[in-house]
Design a protein around this ligand. Structure first.
Ligand SMILES: O=c1ccn([C@@H]2O[C@H](COP(=O)(O)OP(=O)(O)O[C@H]3O[C@H](CO)[C@@H](O)[C@H](O)[C@H]3O)[C@@H](O)[C@H]2O)c(=O)[nH]1
Ligand SMILES: [Mn+2]
Length: 745
């Protein structure tokens, strides 16, 4: 088992090309547009400033001046975000790989350690974890070189039980997949897409799968494994839970369980990959660094066992959708002509079960594919948390500067040759998964996945690029992985809130990309890309202003906020608005999405900006001041049937009385109010449409975006409608805001 011994860099392909890259679109066109747009931005800012000067000179009241200043702030932030966003548009590229041209012998493939993280058996059902694990174990990759490590931050017997079941099932499933050349290697995906398929062998396996699923679901429903004994070893394994008084997910000793070991499992002459369960030690007195902490424990535990030179990180819901994926990564890792500083091959995250028009913008086309391809033309995409093949050694220092780990057994150079279950290996594995192992070490700061941010992926990707590593983006036509995405609005907003807090962690640290990145990164534009993310939360400033201020002005009969329709300056607004919207739309469609999905994406961007982002800031401040601590809210992967049904029909799911809904409900009410008020002014009071047109247009645009909100508040009867409580709170707050505003006007 000298898996650690093979160096990834030394293999030489001969024959056809392994990968190509090409520029994505006429960048010159893009640059001309950018220059024109930028000029218009400056013109607009000039216009604003002139307005402010003229209003302060004359007798204009204070309110008008303040409004003009606030609008200037909004436009300044929009201009900043637009400008930093151009970094992604400077040189997007598309890559292709040709795994069929790999000439390296299978026996020369590097070993691969796969890391799967899970954290909560109730939000992340063990059957989902099992499907992910099985799909990865079934990779078309030399079995003896493949190991799957599962980190369970939930410290749950249910998850371990499910994995033990999976191991039994794998003995039939893996050979079945390989013999029949099946593409869907997650059994759930396979049996769903082959519902009417019925050869005897297929049916036999299907029955086995259904039985396993039933056993796992029963155990989860009861919350305990009592009564179910998968094999004679089981009682000993689960004794660890029972023998520890006060065992909780937040307080328990290390559990490392080798569920299956390559060298031993040879049922039917089939070799099986290693499968190891790890639940790191937890204590109330130590901070665990969430997923980054879990991944670092896996880095070390796997080092004591197989120490593969290539590691793949996966979320527990991201199952493999293509068994040849590791070979695609090898196209880069085994190419001797490739930049030696290549650290990771990132596959985009793709999702299954998204409704046709993607109301929650779960596809994340702009963030993942657009921005990924944009950065790929610079130093490479950021690490995206899942679907990333890393070279293990990059976790131990920058190119050419090796930082030794505190013991040689966990260094990437260590060659393990003992049985995983041997006492020596197990003792060490338990030790490196302990709470205090990292105390006073460089883990999380210079070694391993980086700590200090809730978005450990962005943070780690950014920091390793600052050290000089780079990455490539691999976007095969058939998605390499498929995962689940939030199916309720609350989950979606909550997830963006967490991302946003994670970004703020980086923004307000010494590693802020616009201060640190621009100095240390090899590419200035790349630093701007990371900077754009770091400032993602400030979208909330202009969006809050544009969703409320012009509307309040209209309600209070104040119309000096925008140029009149006849004023040529208005053309600037029109160009800036249409220009950026059209550009995004074109990009959305070019990257293989639809216009309706783009429309929904811009709505979600607004919702996030006025809800998740301000809440994130608020929580972030509370945490920094030590007032409260919110932790990591794991996204639920449970598919509740009614919710899924509404989701499939593209109906928004409110349902729970979440404070996150308050700002968007307020925006919905104010925009409708302003629109009605505007119409009344024009129709009944003969106000000239010219004066109020822009404000009415904005309110109308708001109303159009808020359409599902009115339905949810007034028309719907199902469980996913807007809770009355939120409607009442929002209405009262709108009234309050109105009273305050009317006293100012
Ligand atoms: O303390 C923790 C918290 C989370 N997780 C795992 O982290 C993964 C991601 O969590 P999830 O709740 O699904 O977060 P998402 O926001 O959906 O995940 C996206 O965003 C994360 C943070 O940026 C990335 O880590 C993920 O890869 C990316 O898919 C899951 O497998 C969890 O089990 C842990 O292992 N330990
Ligand atoms: Mn997720």
């Amino acid at each position: 088992m000298s898996k650690g011994g093979i160096s990834v860099d030394k293999m030489q392909p001969s024959g056809g090309v392994l990968h190509t890259k090409s520029a994505m679109r006429p960048t010159w066109l893009n640059r001309i547009f950018a220059a024109t747009y930028l000029t218009s931005i400056f013109a607009l800012l000039f216009h604003h400033c002139r307005n402010i000067i003229s209003t302060t000179d004359s007798t204009t009241d204070r309110t008008t001046t303040s409004i003009t200043i606030i609008m200037l702030v909004a436009d300044l932030v929009l201009a900043f975000m637009w400008t930093t966003r151009q970094a992604f548009r400077m040189s997007p590229i598309r890559r292709q790989v040709f795994p069929e041209n790999l000439t390296v012998e299978e026996s020369e493939y590097p070993a691969l350690d796969v890391f799967v993280c899970t954290a909560d058996p109730y939000k992340e059902p063990p059957i989902g974890v099992v499907n992910t694990v099985l799909s990865l174990m079934a990779y078309d990759y030399p079995t003896e070189k493949l190991s799957v490590y599962v980190s369970d931050d939930g410290g749950s017997q249910l998850t371990l039980f499910a994995l033990m079941e999976a191991a039994q099932f794998a003995k039939r499933w893996l050979p079945y997949c390989k013999d029949n050349n099946i593409l869907d290697r997650s059994p759930e995906a396979y049996f769903t897409s082959h519902a009417n398929f019925s050869p005897a062998k297929h049916n036999q396996i299907k029955v086995m799968y259904e039985r396993m699923k039933m056993r796992i679901s029963n155990v989860v429903k009861r919350g305990s494994i009592d009564g179910y004994v998968p094999d004679e070893e089981a009682p000993k394994v689960f004794a660890k839970w029972n023998s520890t008084p006060g065992f909780t997910s937040q307080n328990h000793p290390t559990i490392v369980q080798v569920i299956m070991e390559t060298a031993i499992e040879k049922d039917n002459g089939n070799l099986m990959p290693n499968l190891v369960y790890v639940s790191r030690e937890k204590s109330k007195f130590t901070f665990h660094n969430y997923k980054a902490g879990a991944l670092n424990v896996l880095l070390r535990v796997s080092a004591t066992m197989t120490n593969a030179p290539v590691v793949l990180t996966q979320d527990c819901d991201m199952f493999s959708n293509d068994p040849k994926t590791p070979l695609r990564a090898l196209c880069y890792f085994t190419d001797s002509k490739m930049d030696p500083n290549l650290a990771l091959v990132q596959f985009p995250q793709s999702f299954h079960g998204i409704d046709k028009d993607d109301i929650y913008s779960a596809e994340l086309k702009d963030l993942i594919v657009h921005n990924g391809s944009g950065m790929d033309g610079l130093l490479g995409p950021s690490y995206m948390g899942s679907g990333a093949f890393f070279r293990r050694n990059i976790f131990f220092g920058g190119p050419g500067s090796y930082i030794p780990a505190q013991s040689s057994e966990i260094s990437p150079r260590h060659v393990g040759n003992k049985s995983l279950n041997s006492e020596e290996v197990m003792t060490l594995a338990h030790r490196v998964a302990g709470c205090n192992f990292e105390a006073q070490t460089k883990w999380g700061s210079e070694i391993g996945f980086r700590y200090g941010s809730l978005v450990e992926d962005y943070n780690t990707g950014y920091r390793i690029q600052c050290q000089g590593w780079r990455s490539v983006f691999c976007t095969p036509v058939r998605p390499a992985f498929l995962g689940s995405s939030p199916i309720t609005l609350h989950d979606m907003l909550n997830q963006s809130k967490r991302w946003c807090k994670g970004l703020l962690d980086v923004t307000f640290s010494k590693y802020n990309p616009l201060l640190f990145g621009v100095r240390y990164m090899k590419n200035f534009i790349q630093a701007i890309c990371f900077g754009h993310y770091a400032f993602w939360p400030i979208w909330s400033i202009p969006l809050m202003i544009y969703s409320f201020l012009p509307q309040l002005c209209l309600i209070n009969s104040s119309h000096d906020i925008f140029p009149k329709v006849t004023d040529p300056w208005l053309l600037l607004y029109v160009f800036l608005f249409l220009g950026s919207y059209a550009q995004e739309l074109i990009e959305y469609v070019t990257y293989g999405s639809t216009a309706k999905r783009w429309w929904n994406n811009q709505r979600v961007w607004m919702m996030r900006s006025i809800s998740s982002f301000p809440f994130a800031l608020f929580e972030y401040i509370q945490e920094r001041c030590g007032i409260s601590s919110f932790g990591y809210n794991v996204t639920s992967k449970v598919l509740e049937s009614e919710q899924s049904k509404r989701n499939a029909e593209g109906i928004f799911e409110f349902g729970v009385p979440s404070p996150l809904f308050v700002p968007i409900t307020m925006a919905a009410i104010i925009n409708l109010w302003a629109l009605v008020r505007g119409m009344k002014l024009v129709i009944l009071r003969n106000e000239s449409l010219e004066d109020v047109f822009v404000q009415m247009f904005l309110s109308g645009f708001g109303v159009l975006n808020c359409w599902p909100m009115y339905e949810a508040m007034l028309l719907r009867k199902d469980k996913g409608k807007m809770p009355l409580k939120i409607t009442l709170i929002s209405t009262s707050l709108v009234w309050l805001v109105y009273l305050v505003s009317s006293s100012a006007f």
